[in-house]
Design a binder for this molecule. Structure first.
Ligand code: ATP
Ligand code: MG
Length: 446
């Protein structure tokens, strides 16, 4: 608890409140006690004066002049007499004294009348002390009642003052790593403004660094494009040259290597393009999801036919979403490319575009081996290729798809299809439907 600012403030302030309260209470108790004693002394004086003036109709040894206060009136006569205590009292001077009378400690006021006779107004010390204590205790009531309230209010004030800070920390914790938005200073205590400004400065510098790295990858891929394209062309041109069989094998290996390099560059450029697009999809144009899907399917149909794969639509509804057309095409192409690559000959790929629960759904089901459950966690990591690194893949396809889906404000889910002699992978992408999507007429699937 002491490790936290809240704990420290709470313990510190509560200790100060308790200490101040204790000192205040002790001081109030003692002054009230002394005051009560003084009041009782003045009461003795008043009673003695009344007795002298005869207003009380005094009788010697009168008791109970004041019932509550047990003030006694002691007549001592003109000379010492009676018990030793009374004779002892006679030796005292006029005024207030503390003495013993009949074995009981008393406080008394001695007076001498003009005729020389003496009398005393007395009160047992125990009664006086009890009365004074009662009065003094009453002064403690406000302290006892107010201290817990004060502690509660302190705890509330501390909690309320630190709430914006805690909320800020939670917001920061829930942020995406690439979200560069500065922390807001509104509603934050002024003392924290320099701290927030420093964090915002650090965020801006980190963002700058990230941008620099992204630009470097994009620039490097872009710069490599031309020489790799030239080299590929040269490698392809070797097909038309008469070569002995061992050389032909080497040329084939070279051509395959060039194709891989080109594919890697294209994927890196696609990834860099996604990074460069502003994070919100709200400013993007409306694009036909069904139209983009049909285009990509048409592009890949020849390859599917070559391997006798039944590539077709399970459902195709006209749907419009917000997104750059190139983003949709890249997303669909990468998923269908995976499905084609991992589906064995004579297999089946079903594509679906439909509306469900207020979202546009793009779905691909293949009859390949699916993805092992242990790989699902890492499948979106760049360059991760899992158990089936088929063909010339780079491991970038699904991370590109994930970035695109995030940019479009959607979600992606991968499910393994297994059971009843079937296997495969089902990819389901849900994209938000635009608020005011223009109505488009239904077109037949195919
Ligand atoms: N439909 C699928 N069926 C089985 N495994 C898949 C499927 N799609 C992806 N995978 C697994 O996920 C890995 C990563 O896929 P991803 O698309 O990111 O990369 P890639 O296809 O290997 O390379 P690239 O897409 O860049 O050509 C693949 O290597 C494969 O192991
Ligand atoms: Mg892929």
């Amino acid at each position: 608890m002491i490790g936290s600012l809240r704990g420290r403030l709470y313990v510190g302030l509560i200790a100060v409140i308790a200490l101040t309260g204790a000192i205040g209470a002790a001081f109030a108790y003692h002054s009230a006690f002394d005051e009560a004693i003084e009041i009782q002394d003045s009461l003795l004086m008043q009673i003695a004066s009344l007795a002298q003036s005869g207003a009380l109709g005094v009788v010697p040894e009168a008791h109970g002049i004041e019932e509550d206060t047990e003030v006694q009136f002691i007549e001592l006569g003109q000379a010492p007499r009676g018990p030793a205590d009374d004779r002892q009292l006679f030796t005292l001077k006029d005024g207030l004294h503390t003495a013993t009378h009949r074995g009981q400690p008393i406080r008394l006021l001695l007076r001498t009348r003009p005729d020389g006779s003496r009398y005393a107004a007395a009160q047992p010390t125990a009664i006086r002390d009890k009365t004074a204590r009662d009065m003094a205790f009453r002064t403690l009531v406000p302290f006892v009642a107010l201290l817990p309230c004060l502690m509660l209010v302190t705890a509330l004030v501390i909690a309320t003052s630190l709430r914006p800070l805690i909320r800020q920390a939670e917001d920061l914790d829930a942020r995406r790593a690439d979200d560069p938005a500065p922390l807001p200073v509104t509603n934050m205590p002024r003392e924290l403004h320099p701290f927030i400004a420093a964090i915002n400065g650090l965020l801006a510098r980190t963002q700058g660094l990230m941008e620099q790295q992204k630009r470097f990858i994009a620039d490097a891929a872009h710069e490599l494009r031309t020489p790799i394209a030239a080299l590929s062309l040269q490698a392809e041109n070797l097909d038309s040259v008469e070569l002995p069989p061992p050389m032909r094998e080497r040329v084939a290996a070279l051509q395959q290597g060039m194709r891989r390099a080109r594919h890697l560059l294209e994927q890196l450029l696609a990834l860099a393009r996604q990074e460069a697009i502003a994070s919100s999809s709200t400013g993007m144009p409306l694009a036909a999801l069904d139209g983009a899907t049909k285009e990509v399917v048409a592009d890949l149909m020849a390859e599917a036919c070559e391997r006798n794969i039944d590539l077709g639509f399970a459902l195709l509804e006209p749907l419009t979403v917000r997104g750059e057309p190139v983003m949709l095409t890249t997303m669909i192409h990468n998923l269908l490319d995976n499905a084609l690559r991992f589906t064995p000959r004579e297999g089946r790929i079903d594509v679906g575009v439909y509306r469900q629960d207020g979202a546009a759904v793009f779905q691909v089901e293949d009859s390949g081996p699916g993805i092992a459950p242990g790989e699902m966690d890492r499948i979106f990591e760049p360059f991760f290729r899992g158990q089936h690194p088929e063909g010339e893949g780079t491991g970038l396809g699904l991370s590109i798809v994930k970035r695109i889906v995030e940019r479009l404000g959607g979600t992606i889910a991968l499910e393994s299809i297994c059971g009843a002699g079937r296997s495969g992978l089902r990819v389901i992408i849900r994209l938000p439907l635009p608020d005011a999507a223009p109505e488009r007429s239904s077109r037949p699937a195919g």
